[in-house]
Design a protein around this ligand. Structure first.
Ligand code: SMO
Length: 780
């Protein structure tokens, strides 16, 4: 069956679904009414690096309303949580939910206060005082790598959490014979993922000895598994519920210590407890994104063909090896060759511990960083070799007839029309005309530039048996159950957890389309381990539609087959003549021999006479483990202006061409791409978490952490191609991270074009003061 996306696009469907699925019962963790819940306040480290010699809690205990105070030594029987990404040779940090012996970053929790009111808990938390022996902090990748650097984990021989390396072809020979070698040291700064809803956890012990945990997460089953590891709670004793999630962006992809902590306290006190992250806490207590440097060299032939890529990449991992471990820089390394034919590589990436908030998954997951490095090199090489930036890319981009194409880093590009989409985007932005227009403009107060970047995006993360090779210690199949109720209404027990992007609508569309039902006849249940279906890697890695939706399609096809067999039985027709048509079953094209879905369902639940091989009810369950990942891709072109006096960079135009395979809901695809692009404009132009010399983050509110405003965002002009993936049930690929991946590189290329060759644009963000500095080099 094919998906007819246009059937579902439009206000009425989206509004009705959103009204029911979100607005009608929009409930975040902080809104869950739990009578009698005690309030929890975490006490977080005020310093970047110190020995923790003791914790003074007496004054805090005397605050009226305080019920209990816990430090690490009270966490009897509580274990450390393993990272989900666990590469060969990776070192363990074994940090538990509360720090003991040492504080490793500002914001690390080392004590927790439980009180009858949030005010009392916060007041008491302020009175908890650590006894500290301050240690010198390690605040950068280079400081962490220095031979005499203080060890952040004293038992380790150095500060390196893990290393990954890809080697293929004869890199030495390639560089020896290269006509041109282009390189640089490309930095993507530390950013805050900034979900509108922060994190929050409520834990409630139940009368039957089980525990209910509400948490704002992308991965309910991973949280459940984490509590098994840290607290020894068997899966069936824990029910994890993610209510409506107000944004996640990868930052909520993996379990956190607070989930363990709240579960522990609830069971210990036998009382429900609640912790809702404050905005200030979110800036230090939830994982940061990016913070990578890629030192890259690319060898080219004189005709522009790439001979080899050499790279040493580094992730500033912060103070704990948790969650994604060094997965983001792993992805930078694996994706560095992007959509290009690269015969030889020597790429090595390392995660370096520092005294900062741990970095983790953030929309794009290492791919914006990789794209920045390779796409800057393509532009520079094109200029040096006298090739149009599109021509040098065209010569290297993998062609459709070469796919599936296995890259030198071992990834298989599944499908796509890379060069065709690039040309469409350049035509839409009038690339050549614009460049000519810029060239003859007088050099006034505004410098103008235009640039673009191609990118690929790893999506539909999966094939569980391969995960071990990537160091991923979870499965990545999704199970989906569907049930047609006696009324003919269908319930989808989804595996994926929507995080505010509207994924539940897409899953409902897939089901409705497979069963030819109006979308109103479908409900999607999700976000609750008790009634959602299982997923391993969960809602990240661009898996929502391609994997979660693929499992929905398979389960619905199974159900459709049962319905057809019932139909053939009830209408006394040969099975091959019975099909699902417009919300019912029908024999051939004879509308007089037809039954409504409800009539079939009633018969299936009545069970007075069974079709051969079937018994009562209408339910189906299917597992989908994709055979391989699928690559979305795109080209982003940007025109910028730079005010030479203030240094302000403005994105004047943005054309975004992308292909995520079959689009189930084009409106939502557009929303995802635009949202990501806006986030990327922020990360390219001004967002950055800056630390003081003693390791205190200077950004703790929206006053200092600048996210893009409407006035920073141009109209985003979209260009689409739709190349189905052969590795996906519906031909669909992921789109959630697309927006963030190509935009930084495109803007950097445009900014380089605007300022000329006097200074290399290699460091993000391109804040005004940095631009003033870059522009000043032109005058010396
Ligand atoms: S950064 Mo994502 O949740 O793969």
């Amino acid at each position: 069956m094919s998906i007819a996306p246009t059937a579902f696009v439009g206000r009425s469907v989206r509004r009705s679904m959103i009204d029911r699925a979100v607005r009608g019962r929009a409930t975040y963790v902080g809104d869950i009414p739990v009578p009698g819940a005690l309030e929890v306040s975490l006490v977080r480290s005020p310093v970047a690096h110190a020995e923790l010699l003791g914790v003074e809690v007496e004054k805090a205990r005397n605050v009226p309303g305080v019920v209990a105070i816990f430090t690490a030594e009270d966490l009897v029987g509580v274990g450390a949580q393993s990272p989900i990404w666990d590469l060969a040779g990776q070192r363990r940090s074994d940090v538990r939910a509360l720090a003991e012996g040492r504080l490793r970053y500002v914001g690390e929790p080392y004590a927790v206060v439980v009180a009858r009111s949030a005010e009392a808990a916060r007041a008491a938390a302020r009175l908890v005082t650590p006894k500290l022996n301050i240690l010198p902090p390690v605040l950068s990748i280079d400081a962490g790598l220095a031979p005499d650097a203080p060890r952040i984990f004293p038992k380790w021989p150095d500060n390196i959490a893990a290393t990954s390396r890809w080697q293929a072809g004869n890199v030495e020979a390639a560089f020896a014979q290269a006509a041109e070698i282009v390189g640089g040291s490309f930095t993507s700064q530390r950013v805050h993922p900034f979900s509108m809803e922060g994190r929050g956890v409520i834990a409630r012990p139940e009368a039957d000895g089980s525990l209910t945990l509400w948490t704002s997460t992308q991965s309910i089953h991973q949280v459940r598994a984490a509590l098994g590891e840290t607290l020894g709670l068997a899966e069936h004793r824990v029910r994890v519920i993610a209510p409506d999630v107000g944004g996640a962006f990868g930052m909520k992809a993996f379990a956190y210590g607070e989930e363990t902590l709240l579960a522990f306290i609830a069971l210990k006190l036998d009382r429900p407890v609640r912790w809702i992250e404050s905005r200030k806490e979110a800036f230090v207590g939830s994982y940061h994104g990016r913070d990578e440097r890629l030192d890259i060299e690319v060898a080219f032939e004189s005709d522009g063909h790439i001979l080899a890529v050499r790279c040493r990449g580094f992730l500033d991992k912060g103070g704990d090896v948790c969650g994604s471990s060094i997965g983001t820089v792993w992805a930078s390394g694996a994706m560095l060759t992007s959509g290009y034919r690269v015969p030889a590589v020597d790429i090595e990436v390392k995660g370096v511990m520092t005294n900062k908030t741990p970095t983790g998954a953030y929309r794009g997951y290492g791919q914006p960083e990789a794209t920045q490095a390779i796409e800057r090199c393509m532009d520079i090489a094109g200029r040096r070799l006298g090739l149009h930036p599109a021509e040098i890319r065209r010569r290297n981009l993998v062609r459709p007839e070469e796919m599936p194409f296995t890259t030198a880093t071992g990834l298989t590009l599944d499908s796509g029309r890379y060069a065709e989409l690039m040309d469409m985007v350049l035509e839409r932005i009038d690339f050549d005309t614009t460049r000519k227009r810029h060239a003859v403009m007088p050099k006034g107060k505004l410098r103008r530039g235009i640039g673009f970047a191609c990118f690929t995006e790893l999506t539909n993360f999966g094939h569980s048996p391969l995960n071990r090779l990537l160091g991923v210690s979870t499965s990545s199949f999704d199970i989906v159950n569907v049930r047609m109720e006696p009324s003919g209404h269908v319930r989808v027990f989804a595996s994926q957890t929507p995080m505010g992007q509207g994924l539940e609508v897409v899953l409902a569309q897939i089901c409705a389309d497979e069963l030819t039902l109006p979308i109103e006849d479908v409900s999607v249940l999700y976000g609750d381990t008790l009634n959602a279906s299982f997923t391993g890697y969960a809602s990240g890695g661009g898996r929502g539609t391609g994997v979660g939706g693929g499992a929905v399609a398979l389960a619905c096809r199974n159900l459709a087959n049962q319905i057809r067999r019932w139909g053939a039985h009830l209408l006394e027709a040969p099975l091959e003549q019975v099909s699902l048509v417009q919300g019912g079953i029908q024999v051939a094209d004879d509308p007089t021999r037809r039954m409504s879905m409800a009539a079939v369902a009633r018969a299936a639940y009545l069970g007075q006479s069974y079709p051969e091989g079937l018994s009562g009810g209408l339910e189906a369950r299917e597992v989908y483990d994709p055979p391989a990942v699928a690559f979305s891709y795109g080209t982003v072109a940007a025109e910028v202006s730079i005010d030479v006096e203030t240094g302000k960079v403005k994105v004047e135009r943005l054309v975004f061409g992308h292909d995520c395979g079959v689009q189930i809901n084009p409106k939502m695809v557009e929303g995802q791409v635009c949202g990501g692009a806006v986030q990327a404009i922020g990360a390219t132009l001004f967002e950055e978490i800056v630390y003081s010399d003693d390791g205190v983050p200077l950004m703790l509110s929206m006053h200092d952490y600048l996210v893009p405003l409407a006035s920073d965002v141009p109209t985003i002009d979209m260009v689409h191609l739709e190349t189905p993936s052969p590795f996906s049930v519906l031909g669909s690929k992921g789109v959630g991270e697309s927006g963030t991946i190509g935009v930084p590189a495109a803007i950097m290329n445009a900014v380089q074009d605007a300022i000329g060759d006097a200074a290399l644009v290699d460091t993000l963000p391109l804040r005004a003061e940095r631009m003033v500095e870059l522009l000043s080099r032109e005058r010396v």
